[in-house]
Design a protein around this ligand. Structure first.
Ligand code: 5AD
Ligand code: SF4
Length: 484
């Protein structure tokens, strides 16, 4: 639909339209004029860099930011020594915040040498009032700040920034708006993330996401399907459906629909080869979803099912709304119905009140479920969440528990990943290997990485690879036949 907008044809003498996304296209046209003037004056196009912190949702948001910057004429580069740098921030754990503060110092050094340089900050961290105060007080060289709810307004904010002096701040507390059809600059030609919903209603007691991303809002199935069709026509073969809790997709729509039904509709899209999704909250995972995954030829054999803790007592304090036994039963049911599935998880160690016995419960679940991979995090206290007011666990106790959990995860993962040694598997080729240019890197349906000798023109193709040697989390192999 955004093809209907031609920036050159927009009449800038008129007032900006009120409706979206037309309003943003008007401001993109304005930015484009500014860029033309910049080029005339400086003999070059301005350069922009988008840096992403955090999750896949943020990565997708960054593609939208880059899409707008590119449409208006910026040259997109990877280096932060640019004329416009935007940090799309994360605040799920405090170390993400600290990283941003540290790197802002470096950006200030660049800015002192480049009079054109503008610095922008957006994303989850900007939804915290204390962060805004700190930036105003200690990082006055930042030019633009906005949050997660008004990212669709980026073109408008960029115009304000280019036309004014001083810090521009626009952070909304919440929104129920979803603006469709803005430009996107994809990182990969052959795969793409798709937002199917925004926000979270679960309020796990340690988690800041519901406060910074707002309440759950689902996109309409029609918009999702037409976006995927457009992507497939543009060469995409794999999509990753994104939401904080995809299992509650569709509940708040005027015509409610389940996530499983949405998957059935997406499966029908011709030319689409692989469907992935994340994240699934165990409390909402339905039998209908298991059945759809089982029947599907396109849904990948991978389920990310965050455990967080294996102790029912801690799960209750975390407000996760399942017990250890319920989780184990669910995992067993999934493994029984879909034996070749890989299950991965997130685990937090050091939640307030957690004892070494609770950690043993977590280790027991890891051993029983046999995860293919697990992201293990040390609990991070987030101001404003209920867990921040609870009694914290001493650092040394947390560290000991963390090391033990990590070791267990590594052992089960090594065993699980090695299950396919010697077999031939379909792999989507993603890129040339970073360390050895003669090798290509691809991903199995179950998300395991495979490296094998091949040429760069295989990128984006599905090929059959013999899995010769398992090296912990990945395989070395060789290509058998080319299937697409
Ligand atoms: N501390 C540590 N880990 C956290 N996560 C969310 N909030 C916190 C926190 N306060 C982890 C959870 C979640 C993942 C995305 O981040 O495991 O699943
Ligand atoms: Fe955070 Fe829980 Fe929502 Fe996930 S489900 S984003 S952990 S509150």
């Amino acid at each position: 639909m955004y093809n209907e907008f031609h920036l050159d044809k927009i009449d800038l003498r008129k007032q900006p339209p009120q409706e979206e996304p037309a309003r943003q296209y008007y401001f993109m046209a304005k930015c484009q004029e500014w860029i033309k003037a910049f080029k005339q004056k400086n003999g070059r196009l301005p350069k922009a860099c988008v840096t992403t912190f955090g999750c896949q949702m943020n990565a997708r948001d960054s593609e939208k930011l880059a899409g707008i910057l590119e449409s208006v004429g910026y040259e997109i580069i990877e280096e932060e020594n640019a004329d416009f740098v935007i940090y799309n921030t994360c605040t799920v754990r405090d170390n993400a915040n600290q990283k941003v503060y540290g790197r802002l110092g470096v950006l200030n050094g660049y800015k002192k040498k480049n009079p054109h340089m503008k610095i922008a900050l957006c994303g989850c961290m900007m939804q915290e009032p204390a962060v805004i105060e700190k930036i105003k007080a200690s990082y006055p060289f930042v030019d633009l700040i906005f949050g997660t709810h008004n990212i669709f307004k980026f073109a408008e904010l960029l115009t304000t920034l280019l036309e004014s002096r001083g810090m521009v701040i626009d952070v909304w507390e919440d929104t129920n708006r979803i603006v469709e059809d803005l430009p996107v600059e994809r990182k990969y030609a052959f795969k793409s993330g798709i937002n199917i919903m925004f926000g979270c209603n679960n309020f796990c007691s340690y988690c800041i996401v519901p406060y910074v991303r707002g309440r759950e809002r689902s996109r309409s199935p029609k918009d999702i399907i037409s976006e995927i069709k457009r992507l497939v026509a543009d060469g995409v073969v794999e999509v990753m459906l994104l939401g904080q809790n995809v299992n509650s997709y569709g509940k708040n729509l005027k015509e409610p629909i389940t996530f499983a039904r949405l998957l059935r509709e997406i499966e029908k899209i011709e030319g689409l080869r692989r469907i992935r999704f994340m994240t699934s909250h165990p409390k909402d995972l339905s039998d209908e979803l298991i059945q759809v995954m089982k029947d599907s030829k396109k849904i990948c054999r991978h389920l990310h099912l965050p455990l967080q803790s294996g102790s029912t007592r801690i799960l209750e304090a975390m407000n996760r709304r399942y017990t250890k036994e319920q989780y184990l039963e669910l995992a067993a049911r999934i493994r029984k119905e879909i034996p070749d599935i890989a299950i991965t998880t997130d685990i937090i160690v050091g939640f307030p009140g957690e004892t070494p016995e609770d950690v043993e419960e977590t280790i027991d679940v890891i051993k029983q479920v046999k995860y293919d991979n697990a992201f293990t995090f040390i609990y991070s206290k987030r101001t404003g969440t209920p867990a921040a007011a609870m009694e914290q666990v001493p650092e040394a106790v947390v560290k000991a528990g963390f090391d033990k959990v990590l070791k267990t995860v590594q052992n089960t993962a090594r065993e699980q990943v090695a299950r396919y040694q010697g077999s031939v598997c379909e792999v989507l080729v993603e890129e040339s290997n970073e360390n050895d240019a003669s090798l290509m890197t691809g991903r199995m349906s179950n998300n395991t990485l495979v490296h094998f000798p091949g040429d760069a023109d295989l990128v984006g193709r599905l090929v059959m690879v013999s899995l010769d040697e398992c090296h912990g989390f990945y395989y070395m192999g060789h290509m058998v036949t080319n299937i697409s």
